[in-house]
Design a protein around this ligand. Sequence first.
Ligand SMILES: Nc1ncnc2c1ncn2[C@@H]1O[C@H](COP(=O)(O)OP(=O)(O)OP(=O)(O)O)[C@@H](O)[C@H]1O
Ligand SMILES: [Mg+2]
Length: 298
Amino acid sequence: MSKIILPSYKEQSPEVKARFDKLKERPVILKVENVTKTFNTSQGPVTVLNNVSFQTYRREFTSIIGPSGCGKSTLVRLLAGLEMFDSGKIMVKDNVIDGPGIDRGMVFQGYTLFPWLTVVENVMYGLLRKGETKSYALNRASEWIRLMGLDKFETAYPSQLSGGMKQRVAIARSLAVHPEMLLMDEPFGALDAQTRAKMQSNLLQIWRNVNISIMFITHDLDEAIYLSDRIIVLKANPGEIAEIIEVPVPRPRTPDQFLSPEFLATKKHVEELIHPVTNYKEDKLPFFKLTQAGDEVI
Ligand SMILES: Nc1ncnc2c1ncn2[C@@H]1O[C@H](COP(=O)(O)OP(=O)(O)OP(=O)(O)O)[C@@H](O)[C@H]1O
Ligand SMILES: [Mg+2]
């Protein structure tokens, strides 16, 4: 069997390298310094995140990927200010984070819209809380709903929308208040494959046209590579940074890049980091034969 030879995931074309050089000249939006988080459990304290440090730049698209339970959601909750860490420091621009703030919008996997409010009322919510007038909030919310292609659904309730539409409203609601960062924890995890692909393309279009840095958590390697500038790979027990990868796939991204050599090289490397080759004997189930002799189909 012939083997496909892939380039190194570290190989960057001149365009990609120039893009990263420019990106690193932009202002730092998020700075995470030596963050450690321990939970007290019935079995005693468990360190979930250990000494995590990284920074992201203005309008950078960063993904976090890692095995289940490695602390991805915990990290994003710390960034959102929903949970406190034990030691270290998190800064968004020049502000030390010690609680939630409108500089960070959040979109989770579970639909977080208020079911008793219409689409437009959901998007207006943050604006009104910020102290904007009702007419300003209405105009801005309508504008965002239009940008999301949902103008026919302004007066619909969340229960009348599909999963993808609900997530588009959630993104509109977060972006309407002009945050510095959008924190997204597996936002497309509950969607079917086609809707998910459409949402990924929608998100890239929004990100290209809005002044926003995105921190995106996903289990899906293709999704992380397709969307991101850099991917932070976490390993588990305790959650630590295994590697920060600069995605060598050129922008603008299109689905036909999924099979490009640089895409596949990156995917292979991330796959090896997340699922190191183990002794397959460990995966063997203690099966006994249930088939009739003579009708083997292997
Ligand atoms: N409030 C809590 N109290 C105790 N342990 C917690 C708490 N929240 C999370 N944990 C533990 O911290 C670890 C990391 O959880 P977290 O939800 O951050 O993982 P994750 O990487 O997001 O996983 P998944 O990919 O399955 O979403 C897990 O072992 C989890 O059991
Ligand atoms: Mg999680």
